[in-house]
Write a protein that binds this ligand. Structure first.
Ligand SMILES: Cc1cc2nc3c(=O)[nH]c(=O)nc-3n(C[C@H](O)[C@H](O)[C@H](O)COP(=O)(O)OP(=O)(O)OC[C@H]3O[C@@H](n4cnc5c(N)ncnc54)[C@H](O)[C@@H]3O)c2cc1C
Length: 397
């Protein structure tokens, strides 16, 4: 089959490798560079070790090619992971897999069959996919017999506002709100000696707080505020956590949410308005539980880490069944909710096998972080399990 893979992140690259080994003709469309999203947090040390981030197939290909593999117990940075694993894999596949970098998939549809027709099968089976792709301002169509969406969620950050919708003033803030995990050492000018607010209680928020605290001396922010919906102790500690970096972040989070002079902690509140002034940003917060206290926080910079959600627009013309809560594909979402939905431990998760990858559109699959919808519990390790299941479903070419 001719298979189009949307996204050249960790999971897209592993899909390409396995599908090529099965004898299919594979094209990977990557909006940026290979591993683009990981590159953007490349300065951060991963909390999962090498052994969880490499597949058996990928490791053997590199070993056979004479590429030295780092010790499986070590923890790479995002940049190490791209340069020492993803890029060598891509180099080894060159000539066999079409890697289209800087090529964004704008939409995917079936040729000649509309979304509303042939529900869940019938003639949809034989009708090829048409992908509208954009490269350097030029658009073209590509066709495929199967499409794998490994586009991740990194392109769509959730709003900072209470309830998840934008609050007054938030849309106008534009890039004045940083929604990722920047290399704070490289943006000292923006954050040094400033009043800074961090919104959110996930690992990205605490990574940003740790980065801001690391800007010491002259460069330290003059005041650091932290807003979370949870009233206190936002992190559930995992007993004997096998991922020490994750345990350290969780412990730091709980310390900062306690009586710690380094941060002004506002627990049990959500942001209800942003007002951008010439010299400052005024942020109003409202209580979401009995412990929360309404206040107005005046800062220079805002980092909002309230998670990401999938871009469902790309495949809107296909028959994809999305979960109404997570926006992930329905079977995968139901599996997560029924199984380990409550677990604070992403290591406790197991991919659900081939059955959960199926959805109404024949020969179309969603894998990787995008398959988890709004859940942030996805790990590359789960993506590697999904690639095994996908290989079973697709079969040899
Ligand atoms: C600070 C930080 C630390 C992390 N640490 C870990 C860790 O230690 N271990 C771990 O397992 N995970 C970690 N993660 C999570 C990790 O980012 C994901 O597990 C991983 O990136 C998921 O891979 P993916 O291939 O599914 O998606 P992504 O890495 O998001 O890749 C998707 C790719 O698709 C491309 N794309 C998107 N839309 C389109 C389109 N329409 N057309 C073409 N291309 C498109 C994107 O540019 C991107 O390159 C961390 C995340 C952050 C933010």
């Amino acid at each position: 089959m001719r298979i189009g893979v949307i996204g050249g992140g960790p999971v897209g690259v592993e899909c390409a490798l396995r599908l090529r080994m099965l004898g299919h003709t594979v094209s990977v469309y990557e909006a940026g560079r290979i591993g683009q999203n990981v590159r953007e947090w490349g300065h951060v040390r991963m909390f999962s070790p090498w052994s969880l981030n490499r597949s058996e197939a990928g490791s053997s290909l590199l070993r056979d090619a004479g590429v030295a593999l780092a010790d499986g117990e070590q923890f790479p940075s995002g940049a190490d992971y791209v340069s020492a694993y993803l890029m060598p894999l891509v180099r080894e596949m060159r000539g066999d897999v079409r890697m289209c970098e800087h090529t964004r998939v704008v939409s995917v549809a079936r040729s000649g069959i509309l979304k509303s027709e042939e529900i869940g099968g019938g003639a949809r089976h034989g009708s090829e996919f048409r992908l509208l792709v954009e490269h350097e301002g030029n658009e073209r169509n590509e066709t495929a017999d199967a499409v794998i969406d490994a586009g991740g969620v990194w392109s769509q950050a959730n709003w900072a506002g209470i309830g998840g919708a934008p609050v007054p003033g938030e849309r106008a803030m534009g890039e004045r709100i940083e929604r990722r995990v920047p290399d704070l050492g490289q943006c000292r000018e923006r954050y040094a000696q400033k009043r800074v607010l961090v919104v959110g209680a996930g690992y990205s928020a605490i990574t940003n707080l740790a980065g801001l605290l690391a800007l010491r001396g002259e460069d330290a922010p003059t005041q650091l505020h932290w807003v979370t919906l949870t009233p206190n102790m936002p992190y559930q500690l995992i007993e004997d956590d096998p991922l020490p970096a994750r345990a350290a972040l969780a412990a730091l989070g709980n310390t900062l949410a306690g009586d710690d002079a380094r941060v002004v902690f506002h627990g049990g509140v959500g942001v209800s308005a942003f007002e951008e002034r010439r010299d400052a940003v005024r942020v109003r917060v409202e209580p979401v539980c009995a412990e929360g206290v309404a206040s107005e926080i005046v800062v220079d910079e805002v980092l909002s880490n309230t998670g990401f959600r999938p871009d469902t627009e790309v495949t809107r013309e296909l028959q994809v069944h999305h979960c109404y809560a997570t926006e992930g594909p329905m079977k995968q979402a139901a599996y997560l909710l029924a199984g380990s939905g409550d677990s604070a431990d992403c290591l406790a998760q197991v991919a659900g096998g081939a059955a959960v990858l199926r959805n109404p559109e024949p020969d179309f699959y969603i894998v990787g972080a995008k398959s988890y919808g709004r859940s942030s519990a996805f790990l590359i390790r789960l993506g590697l399990e999904q690639v095994d299941a996908l290989s079973e479903l697709v079969g040899p070419g």
